[in-house]
Design a protein around this ligand. Structure first.
Ligand code: ADP
Ligand code: MG
Length: 540
């Protein structure tokens, strides 16, 4: 069909403005993140310009200062960055969704290295100031020689005013006149905690109440070769002052096909499944974004601690991240691979040390094996199983060790295990008398892990030591003639079933002439495993 008309869609600012202010950001406290980010950007730009020879004045101390005046009911964010001329205010501030940050990146894209670049992006952050302010004032002076200072004021309507102003140095003050319904922010402690939350690792000093609140060079921004173990441990303490020392860490550092840096720590978790999650913090260019890292970090690694920083995680304007993005999936896969490689390396380089840590890392490894096929492919070579004497084997080593002695009628290797050293003590003893190896699987995740092993490992069957009589579990070609008559057996069986209140046919009576156990009662592997698993999921 023929085109009737082509045209431009127009926006009525007075209608869209309240929407931007009210609904763009769900969390009002982020106004501080946005304004401080802008101040940091302004400072970084000046630094870069000095580097490119486009600014020849004194850089001086570029710190950003946040000031609270409870009486005047103002919060001021000041920087000594590039500042703005009146023309630039009109261009960058008055034009909603025009980003001076993106413009800068575009203009200098050939000269800028990826790292330490600019935070801003959408050209909307500044307007978050109106979520908490009656009116907002800007007093600013451009770094360009001979610039006049300018003052901009706006009450959140679509009208603004620009006048001349006094300012000795280049840079910008953003003065928020806090609205009556936002007076909660006129509180020193509240402000400090917001600043610390979002600005703790910003690359330019942030001063509040006479003190610098941030570490401008956190270790993830550095090269691993410049860092010592102590640096990593100190950083861990900085992040989690109350936690025990971590076991080891992984420094993430990739720039293709996405940019990502970070440090992940393996905490000591022991057998503790209830440990608090959401310990990993997500940053974008050193600005804190969130500690809900679901989707970015594979589920089985959610208990790790540490920091991930990626400018390539697609953030929407409110900087919550978008799920189901292909970069997010790639990042997730990358982290899985990195963790698997690091574990493999630890295993190969220091088997004894790896075994020592395995009680702590085993939970992650097993969870990973259960939930992630790619992780399994790597982990099957370093995942360990432990026998009742505390000796560790890889899967392959264990199968090799028991292959001769422990196979069933179908020729499958039988991995005997116990999940309770005390209760199954008699069975374990009998097994050992026969020269059988018994593994210890007594952690919360083991019933799932056992299922997974049986499914993954070829010609291998896992049986709990009390699953049946050994002569039925393991085929040695021995024909153990029962010394009991059929009649005696039935009587005994009925007796035990009554005593156990069990009519499920789970009692089997065997007389074992060669054994110290006169009678054994077993519960078939399959039933029992089902029971274990449903008990586990009921608990969680
Ligand atoms: P973004 O940071 O995503 O570009 P903002 O709405 O936060 O968008 O800010 C819009 C623009 O206003 C910035 O890109 C920048 O050009 C200018 N600006 C904001 N704050 C400052 C400041 N403190 N100093 C200099 N320029 C600023
Ligand atoms: Mg911004």
């Amino acid at each position: 069909s023929t085109i009737q008309e082509k045209g431009q869609i127009s926006i009525h600012t007075e209608n869209i403005f309240p929407i931007i202010k009210k609904f763009l950001y769900s969390d009002h406290e982020i106004f501080l993140r946005e304004l401080v980010s802008n101040a940091v950007d302004a400072s970084q730009k000046l630094k870069k310009l000095a580097g490119f020879g486009e600014f020849n004045g004194e850089l001086g101390d570029l710190k950003v200062t946040v000031t609270l005046d409870e009486e005047a009911k103002t919060i001021t964010v000041s920087d000594r960055g590039i500042g703005m001329t009146a023309e630039e205010i009109k261009k960058y501030i008055n034009q909603i969704a025009f980003s001076g940050a993106s413009e800068f990146l575009e203009k200098y894209k050939d000269k800028l290295d990826e790292k330490g670049a600019i935070i801003g992006h959408f050209g909307l952050g500044f307007y978050s100031a109106f979520m908490v302010s009656d009116h907002v004032e800007i007093i600013t002076k451009s770094y360009r020689e001979g610039s006049e200072a300018a003052r901009w004021i706006c009450d959140g309507s679509t009208e603004f005013e620009i006048t001349e102003a006094e300012r000795a140095e280049h840079g910008t003050d953003i003065i928020l006149h806090i609205a009556a319904d936002s007076e909660e922010f006129l509180d020193k402690d509240r402000l400090r905690s917001i600043l610390e939350k979002y600005g703790r690792f910003l690359p330019i000093d942030i001063e509040f109440d006479g003190a610098i609140i941030n570490n401008t060079a956190p270790i993830w921004t550095k090269s691993p070769s410049d860092l010592t173990d102590e640096d990593y441990l100190n950083f861990y303490k900085e992040l989690y002052p109350m936690s025990e020392e971590p076991l080891f860490w992984i420094h993430l550092n990739v720039d293709y096909p996405f940019n990502l840096t970070g440090v992940l720590y393996f905490p000591r978790v022991k057998n503790d499944f209830q440990i608090r999650r959401e310990k990993i913090q997500l940053y974008s260019r050193q600005v804190f974004i969130t500690d809900e890292v679901k989707d970015i970090v594979p589920d089985f690694l959610m208990m790790l601690h540490g920091v991930i920083d990626s400018p390539d995680i697609p953030l929407n304007v409110s900087r919550s991240f978008l799920q189901a993005d292909s970069n997010v999936k790639k990042i997730n896969g990358y982290i899985t691979r990195k963790v698997a490689d690091k574990l493999g390396e630890l295993f190969r380089n220091d088997r004894a040390g790896f075994e020592q840590k395995f009680d702590d890392i085993g939970l992650f490894v097993k969870y990973g094996i259960i939930s992630d096929e790619k992780f399994y492919e790597k982990a099957k070579d370093f995942c360990l199983v432990k026998n009742v004497d505390g000796k560790y084997f890889t899967f392959e080593e264990f199968s090799a060790a028991v292959k001769e002695n422990q196979t069933d009628k179908n020729g499958s290797v039988v991995w005997l295990y116990t999940n309770d050293l005390q209760k199954q003590d008699g069975f374990i003893e009998s097994a050992r008398k026969r020269g059988y190896e018994v593994l210890l699987f007594d952690t919360v995740i083991d019933s799932h892990f056992i299922n997974q092993l049986e499914y993954k490992l070829e010609k291998t069957s896992l049986k709990r030591v009390d699953a049946d009589t050994f002569d039925k579990l393991i085929d040695k070609g021995i024909n153990n003639e029962s010394v009991l008559s059929e009649d005696d057996r039935t009587k005994l069986k009925t007796l035990f079933e009554e005593a156990l209140d069990s009519k499920t046919g789970t009692v089997s009576v065997e007389a074992m002439p060669t054994d110290e156990l006169p009678v054994i009662i077993t519960l078939p592997e399959f039933f029992r495993r089902m029971k274990d698993m449903s008990a586990l999921s009921g608990e969680r």
